[in-house]
Design a protein. Structure first.
Length: 246
């Protein structure tokens, strides 16, 4: 038995067991490992020119779409997804990894591995699509899984909160999915979403009136990802809004 988990009682056998405190879905562990490996290779293996070449080919750049696609390589095709596998620093990666664990775990448990990877790709595209709409033709390199993490947050907002407003780490993925009107009238969802949007708004205002250390934050992509997750999560939800705890 472990003492760092959640104690559970096995009524049938009359014994107690402990649920591990860190019981992440395997697909989420794989993604976190992949992101770490990619950044480690870029940081410790590749030369500076080689890393710059990786960024130019796999980071997202809005300016690509202001140029005829026939006049460039195929980076415009895969970069709306591959940018989410790159990070600007270890701090950037750790920050995204923390929130991915918090909100990605219940989403993965609910929708499964295949739908999770579909969600990852489409939320990544939605995030930079929103960003590009506000920065059309600009030569900006966008990297990081923040847009996807925001999508996971938006998706989680549709089901993780219990009627009491609390989040159960073990059973949040089994809650009934809220409709959009229900979510918009749920106090916990409104507070969570309000704080999230206010934070991103302040980040955006801060970048307008001052510099941000460590590079600019693509807060517009965060909003695009969150809206995608919140609005389109039912497409991926295999529980179809039903409460399966009974």
């Amino acid at each position: 038995m472990r003492d760092d988990g959640v104690e559970m009682r096995d009524e049938e056998n009359g014994v107690r067991r402990h649920e591990p405190a860190f019981n992440l879905p395997g697909s989420l562990v794989f993604v976190l490992g992949l992101l770490t490996l990619i950044h480690a290779v870029r940081t410790y293996v590749l030369s500076v020119p080689a890393d710059e070449s990786v960024l130019l080919r796999f980071a997202f750049i809005p300016a690509r779409y202001a140029v005829p696609l026939a006049d460039q390589d195929l980076s415009w095709l895969w970069s709306p997804i591959t940018y989410s596998l790159l990070h600007g620093s270890w701090e950037h990666l750790l920050f995204n990894g923390f929130w991915m664990v918090a909100f990605g775990a219940p989403v993965v448990r609910r929708i499964g591995v295949v739908r999770f990877f579909m969600f990852w790709c489409l939320s990544a595209v939605a995030a930079v699509a929103f960003h590009t709409a506000l920065h059309w033709g600009e030569m900006i390199l966008v990297v990081g899984a923040s847009g996807v993490v925001s999508g996971l947050m938006g998706a989680a907002a549709r089901f993780v909160f219990s009627p009491s407003g609390r989040i159960s780490r073990q059973f949040a993925h089994l809650n009934r999915r809220l409709s959009i009107p229900e979510a918009l009238s749920n106090r916990s969802v409104l507070v969570f979403s309000g704080i999230w949007f206010l934070t991103n708004f302040l980040v955006g205002v801060g970048q307008v009136f001052g510099s941000v250390g460590g590079g600019a934050i693509a807060w517009e992509a965060h909003i695009g990802g969150f809206l995608f997750g919140f609005l389109f999560f039912p497409i991926f939800d295999r529980l179809d809004g039903e409460d399966r705890r009974d």
